[in-house]
Design a protein around this ligand. Sequence first.
Ligand SMILES: Nc1nc2c(c(=O)[nH]1)N[C@H]1C(S)=C(S)[C@@H](COP(=O)(O)O)O[C@H]1N2
Ligand SMILES: [Mo]
Length: 319
Amino acid sequence: MLIKKPFAVKPSEITDRSVYMNRRKFMQTTSGFFLAGISSLVTAKTSEQQQGAGLAKLDYQATAAYSTDEEKTPYQHVTQYNNFYEFGTDKYSPAHEAQSLTTRPWSVTVEGEVAKPGTYTLEDILKPHALEERIYRLRCVERWSMVIPWIGFPLADLIKRFEPTSRAKYVEFTTLHRPEEMPGQKRRVLDWPYVEGLRMDEAMHPLTIMAVGLYGEVLPNQNGAPMRLVVPWKYGFKSIKSIVKIRFTEQQPVSAWTRTAPHEYGFYANVNPGVDHPRWSQARERRLGEFLKRKTLLFNGYADEVASLYTGMDLSKNY
Ligand SMILES: Nc1nc2c(c(=O)[nH]1)N[C@H]1C(S)=C(S)[C@@H](COP(=O)(O)O)O[C@H]1N2
Ligand SMILES: [Mo]
């Protein structure tokens, strides 16, 4: 996703570096005692057991619906290797820089084609929703992937409460714009604030969730606290973080990435190994914490659930 490369690492090197760096960090923080030759398998298993970071615990149902039983990506990878440009373009910056973000009080403005527009507090938003765990794959356009135990609720349940009108064909989401706390917004890497959008049927799809936590705890700031989208069949950039506005529209929203580089980042952004990014192939990906690449799956492996949303569409044109 690097438009203006802020540091001299090729996209192809980024994941390799992450695997190396995270392992190294883990070895440093958790075990000065580990011998250097310890196998990667043992390292991964040990770090995975170290779940959570002592943030507030959430009450949730562990639902099997839609969850993958693949091995979860260790917490350290999920929370130390992030894309959150508001806190810098380096993948290791958000884990540090996002700690100063104030997530209380928090409110969300709902506007556009809805019967119940208004400004809702985070508490208003969350109150009626039972939380559940969904273990989803998330695949970044830059070719790394993760398996994350998200805690959240279906976005559809939230949308219904606002009673969109019949003219609402799309939903647009906006991230907080607060340069004092989001140092990355002082540089024009993107046209701030970060904006993303979904077609109404995508937003209402049962796989689409609003996440408020991961690994049993509230979201760490770097992962999009207090509330972010998770759309597992789309490239990670559609999963917008730290949402403050939800707008229902008749016209297709223009996302921040599409505005910045329309040839590289389209509106749909469905994971598709057959449609290359203009600067790299999307055929393979690296699961964080693993060494061998895997084949990328159509719709990130969720084709059975979502392929019908795109019947008759040319996915190489609607990328
Ligand atoms: N506001 C905002 N949301 C964002 C981003 C961002 O830079 N800003 N990055 C996106 C990208 S490119 C990815 S891959 C995912 C990464 O989520 P994670 O860091 O929690 O793994 O967040 C997405 N949501
Ligand atoms: Mo991404």
